[in-house]
Structures are given as structure tokens and as C-alpha cells.
Design a protein around this ligand. Sequence first.
Ligand SMILES: Cc1cc2nc3c(=O)[nH]c(=O)nc-3n(C[C@H](O)[C@H](O)[C@H](O)COP(=O)(O)O)c2cc1C
Length: 179
Amino acid sequence: MPIRIAVVHGSVRPTSAGAAVADWVAAQSSLVDGVEAEVLRLTDFNLPFFAEELPPAIAMPQNPAGVAWNEKLGSYDAVIFVTPEYDHSIPGSLKNAIDYLVPSVLESKATGVVGYSYQLGLRAIEHLRQVLGSFNSFVVGPHVALHVATDWTDGEFTPAAFREGEVPAMVRAIVAATN
Ligand SMILES: Cc1cc2nc3c(=O)[nH]c(=O)nc-3n(C[C@H](O)[C@H](O)[C@H](O)COP(=O)(O)O)c2cc1C
């Protein structure tokens, strides 16, 4: 059975620089033996601001969009989050989507993080590690940190040659941590 990885794209901007990153991450992930990766775009889930009566740790959200998001993400064996850095952290759209998750969706699953910004997305990557820690998710050590100036050319995502191998290395760590 292949290990199925969801690649979650965290920006919902219509002109998101990260849409192409998510596609690249999924394609690079699928190069690893025994892995199937698919992109999940938050724009396809239309999640309103989390405003449920009960926390997801107590009850599945009632909002149908929240249920669909939980069911879809929960169907994967592992998750890679692709996040820009907004104001030294992850975008509110991604935090809101994570706030909707019931614990079992990420609990005991391996996760990986890809960040990008004018400062390599490193603060977003590290904040996301903290957030994912609340789920008892195992965030693997290797991450991918892309620079909007050097990994894009005239607005097109053109990862530097030395990036080759970075996503597979992260994915191999995810595979090793997945039962
Ligand atoms: C609201 C907002 C806040 C941002 N804050 C930062 C920041 O703190 N550090 C940084 O390096 N880039 C920052 N940027 C630049 C983004 O990282 C860059 O524009 C990136 O392409 C945004 O990702 P997206 O196009 O996928 O939405 C910010 C961009 C936005 C829209």
C-alpha cells in the first residue's frame, strides 16, 4: 500500500506564489518510492472563521465545510504543509484551517513543512512546528525553506538547482516515521 500524503497549500490569495510550490512539492514527493502525494487547496474548502460552539477536541465541527475538511485531510497517512510567512508567522487562513481539525486527523501522523517568503519563511516554519505540536503530530526535522527572490524568476516559481533533493529528503523522513 502506498503512503498517501496530502500537500496542504496554506495561502488563499488568488495570486498566491505558493500554488506552484504546492504542485512542485507533490510532484517531488511522488518521486519517493511508495509515496502518492496530492495537493489540497484551502480555497476549495471555503472555511469560514472558526466559530463553533465546542472545540474540535470535544466535538467534530458542525459547519459542513469544517466536516468536509476534517474528513478529507483525515483520509491521508501524512501531511505536508506549504506555508508563506505573513507578519513573521503563518497566514490566518492556515491557522484557521488547523483550528478546525479534530485531534485524530493529525495525531500520531508524520508531518512536514515547506515555507517561503523574502526571509525563507523560517519564522512561519518554526511557528507551524509549535502549532502542530498541540496535535501530537511528529513534525520531521528536515524542512524546505524557499526564498521569493532567488527561487522565483519574473514572478514564476523557478526553484534553484540546489533545491533538488530537499523535498525527497523530507519525504523520506516522513515515510520512516509512518507506520
Ligand atoms: C499579509 C502579508 C504579510 C507578509 N509578511 C511577511 C513577512 O513577515 N516576512 C516576509 O519575508 N515576507 C512577508 N510577506 C511576503 C510574502 O511572504 C510573499 O508575498 C509570499 O509570496 C506570500 O505568499 P502567497 O503569495 O502564497 O500568499 C508578507 C505578505 C503578506 C501578503
